[in-house]
Ligand binder design. Structure first.
Ligand SMILES: [Fe+2]
Length: 295
């Protein structure tokens, strides 16, 4: 923000992965002359006509930050992730260029793709979902679920790159309204404590959260099974298998999480807006049980 103020920017061009886009979106708040902590604490809202217009160009297909009204920051001293929202953070222009994915390292493509897939699933089953977000989130799940394995096999395939970018964008539009679920409620405190890739944590947790949510929305679970695997097939099993096909670790213990972290993470996940949007109500004991299953 200081740099944007000093050079008198009249717009912000944000290019990169989710973190880079979030930094660019935050720099657009420069004319308000406040600190990031003022926005994180809620002292100031990121809704103001003076905020600079943002052009966003994602180089990963993951967070959907180019489509959202929110940004996420990590406080390395407090070992916490925190976010803030505001309509002014929504980019005015978005360019989805499939050519940019071709230089994305395979592990980043896998982790960011898993984040986008989890965001589409959590948006679809969220308590905040409505018919409009349902349409966006289900289409996003289809686009990402069908393209991610192919993109990992052949990152130069432009068709799957386009599908991934469009899918992550649509999931971002959906989650602005629907919010997410327990996976994201847990992934943020886990990521802040370990530094593990956000998408990797989301992909690892999703099968366990789906098992926890089982039975809470049979119709939507059926829709997702049809979209991603086959009617009646175990969606949690499909996603666990996808994680292995992406050559990702499948246990939290292999990501630097210690058993003594689990109760702290469970407690920190409870107040999260994502956890509160989970289709099945979540107690601290529930969150701890999911973490232990993934440990
Ligand atoms: Fe995410």
């Amino acid at each position: 923000m200081e740099s944007a103020r000093q050079c008198g920017c009249d717009c912000i061009l944000a290019i990169g992965g989710g973190s880079a886009l979030d930094v660019g979106k935050t720099a657009a708040l420069a004319p308000l002359n406040r600190s990031v902590r003022d926005f994180l604490s809620g002292a100031v809202r990121a809704t103001d006509p003076r905020v600079l217009p943002i052009l966003a160009v994602p180089t990963t297909a993951g967070t959907g930050s180019e489509a959202t009204v929110s940004v996420v920051f990590t406080d390395p001293e407090a070992l916490k992730k925190a976010s803030f929202r505001g309509d002014s953070l929504l980019p005015k222009t978005v360019i989805l260029d499939r050519e940019l994915l071709k230089t994305c390292p395979t592990s980043v493509l896998a982790h960011s793709g898993l984040d986008a897939l989890v965001q589409s699933i959590e948006s679809y089953v969220s308590r905040g979902a409505n018919r409009l977000t349902d349409a966006l989130a289900l289409e996003a799940a289809i686009l990402i679920g069908q393209s991610l394995p192919a993109a990992l096999r052949d990152p130069d395939d432009s068709r799957v790159g386009e599908a991934l970018l469009l899918g992550s964008y649509l999931a971002g539009v959906a989650l602005n309204t629907s919010r997410l679920g327990l996976v994201h409620g847990l992934a943020h405190p886990l990521g802040a404590r370990t530094g593990a890739a956000h998408g990797l944590l989301c992909g690892l947790l999703m099968p366990h959260v789906l098992r926890f949510n089982r039975g809470y929305d049979l119709e939507k679970s059926h829709d997702l099974a049809v979209a991603l695997c086959a009617p009646g097939e175990d969606l949690a099993g499909f996603l666990a298998d996808l994680l292995e096909r992406c050559e990702c670790p499948t246990r939290l213990s292999s990501l630097g999480v210690s058993e003594s972290d689990l109760p702290i993470v469970a407690a920190e996940a409870l107040p999260s807006g994502s956890t509160q949007a989970n289709p099945r109500p979540v107690s601290e004991e529930d969150a701890l049980r999911v973490l232990r299953a993934a440990f």
